[in-house]
Ligand binder design. Structure first.
Ligand code: GLC
Length: 645
């Protein structure tokens, strides 16, 4: 049956009733959170009224098309968990030049059935070095090189017309040193000085430094920067020009709420809470993942649910799994927090497996992860615009007979190509020899060895490198969550060393994997047999299969299956309505075998191979997987399932 497209009229009594219902639902949630955060605020009710008032005003100001999205997504809260959600991540300028240019490229994204687009560096950042846009000068202005606020609204509308959600960063932990609030603080405003964490001398900074790590030890050592005009030390977790905000001040909470509401009303569907783990400081700790950082996220979740229930919060918390799950609301209070979080553990585990040619460590690490709550989930990624930190826990490493420090060092060396047998062409980022820490940069293709193989014109090496890239994307697409394609990976884009010539970028090797989209090269995706075609085609296949298989929707449970041959990484998903899914991935450059009854043991009575039948062979020893082979099975024969224990 074809239903007419939905329409919505002007603000009505029904619209008011909906907002009223949301206020009634969420106000009792917000109040105790504020009490816990601001014990010294005498009039919590005044603060509550102020925040709820902002949310209600924003709800009333929403364009009809956005109010319609609110209704649709409120009615279908699992909208972002469908197997048809496909994400794409790009710097707006590097992808399309301008916001209008991005709009002109939407047909390209349609080829990949993209339904979620994360654009970076959209709001106006400071001039010169700006940490890739993460030093925001004005949250209510678009980068003038990209366009205007109305271009942003227009782009959001165009995306919505195509069923695509727009994700933008909410850089909430810090502003640029040149932001208006910082300028006012420097001009002597005590109100604005209190927006930041400023200390008159080194006493307090030194107390904090005793337990603080350094995020950018090479580019920006230390966590405090002296400002002459303020005559004080300002908290700067990241670069010296990124001033941390003081969330212990409720005015900061309220200001950032207004920023979020304005972005939501511009048409942004997903707010990426940048560096959310850092928003609360406590002496004697590493000042990450403090309980109050969760309370802040919960307040925002509730206030956004009043104003714009269509909008999702995504936690950018690249932290240990035990610290990560709470951002999805998995803590002893089980309160609604973010809808999405980056699955850093999966990403690191995949690269670790490829380097080792063995998935035992990945199996241990991923098996130990608690389940996500049904109403929240992962965004999965092979690469992003940041470095890869080798987050291997000592306990997981020891469980497979290696040391954490040894394996982390191995991975750093392997991916900068400094290890026997390495195929990778990455570079180091933020080496911190004192802490035994080195992170890695490089495009996914470069880390898989595609560039190295092309340069040495080695067809065998190229085939293996491309298979690695397909494997890493294949596992990522086969896991529950929204898969994110980082711009250029679908074309196997190589590293770009041009950043070394730009003084504002040269000390930040993350730029090596942020190339501009070479559209001439992208055209080669239609040239049969080209590298671009091989990879683009493989990614399209993953997408087509995922979209066609509801069993690949998020929700339900995931179990890691263990096999004697630890080259095989394998996982079982059980969706409560759509059936079972089993993924097998051979992370080694040799054949691997698992028992013939592996699928029936996993409860699949009638599995269908939906991907990779050419990688699979039945032999007398069992199921044989080709080198870097990957197979997906779906068993939806029995309808609704009983979970296996
Ligand atoms: C996030 C961003 C990263 C940035 C940092 C500071 O981690 O992804 O690019 O450097 O926050 O804003």
């Amino acid at each position: 049956m074809n239903l007419p497209p939905p329409t919505i009229g002007d603000w009505s009594a029904e619209s008011a009733a909906r907002v009223d219902a949301r206020v009634r639902l969420w106000t009792p949630v917000v109040r105790p959170l504020l009490e816990a955060l601001y014990a010294d605020v005498a009039d919590i009710d005044a603060l509550l009224q102020r925040l709820i008032g902002s949310s209600v005003a924003a709800a009333r100001a929403r364009r009809p098309a956005l109010r319609l999205l609110d209704i649709e997504r409120d009615t279908d809260p699992a909208w972002f968990q469908r197997s048809s959600m496909i994400g794409y991540v790009a710097y707006a300028d590097l992808f399309g030049g301008t916001l209008k240019g991005v709009a002109d490229r939407l047909d390209y994204l349609d080829e990949l059935h993209v339904s979620y687009l994360h654009l970076m560096k959209v709001l106006r950042a400071r001039d010169g070095a700006n940490d890739g846009g993460y030093a925001v000068l004005d949250y209510r202005d678009v980068d003038p090189e990209l366009g205007t606020w109305s271009d942003l609204e227009f782009l959001a509308d165009q995306l919505h017309d195509r069923g695509v959600s727009l994700c933008l960063d909410l850089v909430m932990n810090h502003t640029a040193r040149e932001h208006e609030w910082a300028e006012l603080a420097r001009a002597g405003s005590a109100t604005h000085r209190a927006y930041y964490l400023v200390f008159p001398d080194r006493t307090e900074p030194d107390r904090y430094e005793a337990t603080l790590p350094e995020v950018f030890p090479e580019m920006a050592p230390g966590n405090f920067t002296f400002d002459d005009q303020l005559q004080g030390w300002v908290w700067t977790t990241f670069n010296t020009y990124q001033w941390d905000l003081n969330y212990a001040n409720p005015d900061v909470l309220a200001e950032m709420l207004q920023v979020m509401l304005d972005m939501a009303n511009a048409g942004v569907d997903v707010l990426r809470l940048d560096a959310v783990a850092f928003t609360w400081k406590r002496v004697g700790t590493n000042c990450q993942n403090q309980p109050e950082a969760h309370l802040i996220a919960q307040v925002y979740r509730a206030l956004l649910a009043i104003a714009a229930p269509a909008v999702l919060l995504k936690a950018e918390a690249i932290v240990a799994p035990s610290d990560l799950l709470p951002y999805l609301g998995v803590h002893h209070l089980e309160r609604a927090e973010c809808h999405l979080a980056y699955h850093n553990q999966l990403m690191v585990s995949l690269w670790s497996s490829l380097a080792a040619g063995d998935a035992a460590l990945a199996s241990v690490a991923l098996d130990a992860l608690p389940p996500t709550p049904p109403s929240a989930g992962w965004v999965n990624y092979a690469r992003c615009h940041d470095d890869i930190g080798w987050a291997i826990s000592d306990a997981d490493a020891e469980a497979v007979g290696v040391t954490g420090a040894g394996h982390r060092e191995f991975l750093a060396r392997f991916y900068r190509g400094d290890f026997y047998g390495s195929f990778a062409d990455g570079v180091a980022f933020s080496s911190n020899p004192d802490a035994g820490d080195e992170r890695t940069c490089g495009t996914a293709a470069a880390l898989c060895g595609v560039g190295n193989a092309l340069r040495s014109a080695d067809e065998v090496a190229l085939e293996l490198a491309l298979r690695r890239l397909q494997l890493i994307y294949g596992v990522m697409f086969g896991f529950p969550g929204v898969p994110l394609i980082y711009m250029g990976d679908e074309l196997a884009l190589d590293n770009d060393r041009a950043y070394l010539d730009d003084p504002a970028k040269a000390d930040d090797s993350r730029w090596i994997h942020r190339p501009a989209m070479p559209w001439d090269l992208a055209a080669r995706r239609h040239v049969a047999g080209s590298v671009e075609h091989r990879v683009f085609d493989a990614v399209q296949r993953l997408i087509d299969i995922r979209r066609a298989e509801p069993a690949m929707s998020a929700g339900g449970s995931t179990h890691i299956l263990r096999h004697t041959d630890t080259a095989v990484f394998s996982w079982l998903r059980q969706h409560p309505r759509h059936g079972r899914f089993v993924g097998l991935a051979n992370v080694a450059a040799r054949e691997a075998t698992i028992p013939a009854d592996a699928l029936s043991t996993a409860g699949c009575s009638r599995p269908r191979v939906v991907l990779g039948d050419h990688d699979l062979r039945m032999s007398s020893e069992g199921l044989r997987l080709a080198p870097y082979g990957m197979v997906w099975f779906v068993d939806d024969a029995d309808g609704a399932l009983q979970p296996t224990s």
